[in-house]
Design a protein around this ligand. Sequence first.
Ligand SMILES: Cc1ncc(COP(=O)(O)O)c(C=O)c1O
Length: 361
Amino acid sequence: MPLVPKHIQDLQPYKAGKPIDELRRELGLERIVKLASNENPLGVSPLAQEAIQKAIADVNRYPSPDGYALRKALADRYDVNMGNVFLGHGSEGIISLIMRTFLLDDEEAVTSAGSFITFDIQAQSRGIKLHRAPLKDYQIDLDAVAGLVNEKTKLVYLANPNNPTGTIFKVHKFLSFIQQIPKHVLVILDEAYFEFARQDPAFPDSMQYRFDNVITLRTFSKAFGLAGVRIGYGFAHENFISNLMKIKLAFEPSSLAICAGVAALDDVEFLEQTIRLNRIGKHFLYQLFDELGLRYLPSHTNFVTIVLDSEKTVNTLYDKLLHKGVIVRPLKAFGLPNCIRISTGLEEENEFFAKILKQIL
Ligand SMILES: Cc1ncc(COP(=O)(O)O)c(C=O)c1O
């Protein structure tokens, strides 16, 4: 019997976008712009910062095990019961917990290829068989996803908007998809980029279309600027939530994460600034790519993905950008070896990227 199970030995760990400090150490560059991890370039919600500073004085105490303050705030905001709200160590923490709570070893999961690889990693870490439907013209193909559901399927994972393509599936497609899925199959709708997509009437905000087998996931990591704090949340039927509550670590999430979330929810000004800056950034990138004749995927998120002719072109461009101080994200690990994802930055960061990209091309 091997000490480490084969599915763990074979696992490729998640490789995050290159950290700024690492690049500075390696190349000694003065100016570095990171447009690789879909973070909030504006910084942290000021109200959340203030709340964290105040709460630091109490970190000798354990946090409330049921995350009362933030669950209550989210329940009020979305007009649901607290029993329908769950908190986690980022939305990826909740994905991990769902895997641990609901899946038996011989049950299976379905998702789309070219999507958020954390789900694939979590499935593999549990030794769960995962079926992936190919993308159709860089969009999630819901008919193909539904076609992969079989009698062993317990879980379907869909990111909408999708990372790394930035695309959405629309309301009518979602409604016909959900009719095809048996009621005992759990559907995770990961809406990490909800705040950037919700203005589009074609976007199916899953809180408007409640189904008992759907778990909605959202996060404070993107639009609220709290990626480093690790706080995500989910909405679902209370039967799912009560079982997730049994399995979660007793004091997850931390007290700083809970109070940062409560304050960030009320920071309407920061959220509006973030969305405005992102809109400007996306249009700047679209114009840049049009000017340079680069194909891009119109995005409902805080990043834009470009499609190049080959993996070799991707690697060359990635390296050249890196050597000039711009970190972007090549998408081989996401199953899109001919694509690069660029997060929107501050206006001067986008301009720096444009200047370097033009020099290179
Ligand atoms: C689709 C999707 N879901 C979840 C996450 C992770 O969010 P969190 O920081 O809340 O774990 C990301 C982050 O990139 C994402 O793109």
